[in-house]
Design a protein around this ligand. Sequence first.
Ligand code: R5P
Length: 290
Amino acid sequence: MDWGLKNRLAHIIKPANNRAVMLAVDHGYFLGPTESLENPKQTIRPLLKYCDSLMLTRGVLRTSVDANYPVPVVLRVSGGTSIIGEDLSNEEITVNIEDAIRVNASALAMSIFVGGKYEKQTIVNLGNLVNEAEQYGIPVLAVTAVGKDMVRDARYLSLACRIAAEQGAHIVKTYYCKDFEKVVNSCPVPVIIAGGKKIPEREALELTYNAIKAGAVGVDMGRNIWQSNAPVAMIKAVRSIVHANANVNQAYDLFKKLSKESPKQTKPQSKPQQTQNKSKNKQKKKQKKK
Ligand code: R5P
């Protein structure tokens, strides 16, 4: 493996323990303003320091993430469909490699739709993207099994993940299922799980724990973090499982404790009274001087 590719992969999967906490905020690319991600800047900001990498589109990256903050970026480069359109699987590659390099992407992400109407197109897209990305030492993450019609069992997910790896994907993202070891064991590259639709926090932590136990290297989680009533507490709890080997009870206790300290902020915090008064005083003094 080339040095650059290895180095970029290490931004995403931490070499110290071979684990990864990726925060997924790319949903808008086909869902539009999803609940709790209407204002991406506001959603992402408090969570940034608790993720190892951030998965998103170039539009949200450029408009909603501070370029001075050193978070590795997993750039969503496929799209072209919407939730109200005819077929979600009809995706193309929408970002060229030059732009991915310009935003300093640590990895590129795209979806394949195994069993979908446009299965062939998306799998060929993956092969072509790997060809291009490897020239620049950029790893590719293949997202599998998105779409409400997919039967997410071990048989199907093993098929989809293995096909992604055979095309040269360096990481595969999929959904947790019963007998998940079968999916991991038949996929020769690291597997991470998506969280899926919002479920109660304890169940999401259980999902994380079980996936790690079955051999997943980590999570690429979105809704179960930022749709929680306490997103910071939730990402920290998820992190405790992935990076500190916490069990479900320990992680859930941590979530409950932290959620009291840092509940969700739906509006930007207003300035404390004292500060407001101070600035009013300053203004008065200035006016007097004039
Ligand atoms: C789906 O197409 C997106 O890639 C999401 O990033 C992915 O589903 C993970 O997010 P969530 O945990 O909300 O399922």
